[in-house]
Design a protein around this ligand. Sequence first.
Ligand code: HH2
Length: 272
Amino acid sequence: MDPVAQVMGVVNVTPDSFSDGGRYLDRDAAVAHGVELVGQGAAILDVGGESTRPGAEPVAQEEELRRVVPVLRGLAEAVPDATLSVDTSKAEVARQAVAAGAVVVNDVSALRAEPGLADVVAQAGAGCCLMHMLGEPRTMQDDPRYDDVVSEVKAFLEQRLEYAVGRGIDEQRIWLDPGIGFGKTARHNVELLARLDELVALGRPVMVGTSRKTFLGRLAGGRDTGERLPGTIATNVMALQRGAAIFRVHDVAAVVDALAVAGATVAAMRRG
Ligand code: HH2
């Protein structure tokens, strides 16, 4: 695999995530799942306690804390070499997650939901992932529109990067993410993947999260969440070729293999 390509395994401690809701709600099941994903080659684990699927209702802070903090503690002990990330937009959840072992805060709101989150990341010296989303999860798939999706996402990420650095977050620890499926049609998602190099040009590692998402099912003629691994692999390989660095997936073993082969091929292409 290209040395900069890293796979992030998803650990959803939720009852309602779109593809694996309810499977790892129990602390021990979630920790065991994370350990399994690291065994399959995930360098990073992303632990989330709130679904962001279209139409999802927000989760109360106390409940989100109850879900993610014990799992992060368990993973910090069980897989000390893995990079732990917390998927949250709440400052207090991020604060306690960092104390429990998370070193990356993956915020789908790109520091817009709670201004205090930037301070938590800056003071902890943590990393963060800034993701583009049009609207909010409850309504984001209601007819999203752009003039040019790639330049609008790029301008947004550039502005959020500047904001994060201005709030004291170490630029070297910031990742950018186009937010595949977050207020985007299948056509928008495909356009973003096709022109991902334009986001890579911002100079920070780009993360992509296409795993099992609805547009993959649609493009393949109608596939349920459990049948979207081929589409997940295809999109991650395309993203690798266009310079993405972090690949957020549920099916770690398959994607690690695919990226190893694709990475060797891309390296050969670059050598000429
Ligand atoms: N996608 C999901 C959640 N968090 N974070 C980033 N940075 N990028 C993504 O593309 C992304 C994300 C949605 O996937 P999942 O966690 O499986 O579903 P749910 O939000 O329903 O828990």
